[in-house]
Design a binder for this molecule. Structure first.
Ligand code: NDP
Length: 254
């Protein structure tokens, strides 16, 4: 038995058209999974799909704004309609608005909470029935170092990512008997569009991260591929409710 074999499995990755989501999709594709990537930006989807096809996987892009319940329900329904099943859901779509807590508008709070946390709740809720009917599944939620730490310019982001960990634990306990494993991944600082923007806005951030990370470097998206393959595969069938840092040691260093 190949513990990491995902042949015949179908994965839906929100925000899978770039950055960490695409790298996780590639990790699962390289183990044999078919992949559906979801996002709003169709331009990014072309190269993302091409990179997945190079791995020999069957794949598709679905457009959807995961802050809307109807879109989450439709993403899951369309995946099942097109690919016949849904085995793995990666709740990866995310955004950030950098401000001091006193300066956020209510809309900005809701944008970050809805994109990062409510979307994961809604997609998981939609995915539950098909996974249960199939006899099991895997849900992988993307947290952050902000699931563990606070920061002055990240109140809604840290709230949403802390919520991801508790939502993961709650759903893991609810659905363990249905053979659905729910886990969170907490990436360290990874070089993506999201953090490129932070680096532009925060002088000295690049060096601060390098110095604070025991591995002495930023992560790159491919650093996230292995954890996706593990948490999606039979190798993790008795692993549920965890929040696993993938951070070059950032969360355990001084
Ligand atoms: P990117 O900005 O590259 O990716 C974010 C993805 O989310 C995009 O593909 C985007 O697709 C999608 N997305 C955003 N809003 C929506 C929406 N409303 N509906 C559908 N899709 C949406 O950033 P990362 O790859 O860095 O981030 C991926 C995840 O990893 C996020 O949850 C982020 O918080 C988390 N993370 C990132 C870290 C890092 O250092 N980079 C560290 C810790 C956590 P589109 O534009 O097409 O809508």
């Amino acid at each position: 038995m190949n513990l990491f074999d995902l042949s015949g499995k179908v994965a839906l990755v929100t925000g899978g058209n770039g950055g960490i989501g695409l790298a996780m999709a590639q990790g699962m594709a390289s183990c044999g999974a078919s992949i559906v990537i979801a996002g709003r930006n169709e331009e990014k989807a072309g190269p993302a799909l091409a990179s997945l096809r190079e791995l020999g996987t069957r794949c598709a892009f679905l457009t959807g704004d995961v802050t809307k319940k109807a879109a989450c329900v439709k993403l899951v329904a369309d995946t099942v309609a097109e690919f016949g099943r849904l085995d793995i859901l990666v709740n990866n779509a995310g955004t950030a608005v950098r401000k001091m807590p006193q300066d956020y508008t209510e809309e900005e709070w809701h944008l970050v909470m809805d994109t990062n946390l409510t979307s994961a709740f809604l997609c998981s809720q939609a995915a539950y029935a098909p996974m249960k009917a199939q006899g099991g599944g895997k849900m992988i939620n993307i947290g952050s170092m902000m699931s563990l730490f606070g920061a002055p310019y990240a109140t809604p982001y840290a709230s949403s990512k802390g919520g991801i960990v508790q939502m993961t634990r709650a759903m893991a306990t609810a659905w363990a008997k249905d053979n659905i494993q729910v886990n969170a991944v907490l990436p360290g600082w990874i070089d993506t569009d999201l953090t490129k923007r932070a680096r532009r806005e925060v002088p000295g951030l690049h060096e601060r991260v390098e110095n604070r990370t025991p591995a002495g470097r930023w992560g790159s998206p491919p650093d996230m591929a292995g954890i996706a393959a593990f948490l999606a595969s039979p190798a993790s069938d008795f692993v549920t409710g965890t929040a696993i840092p993938v951070d070059g040691g950032y969360s355990i260093g001084m």
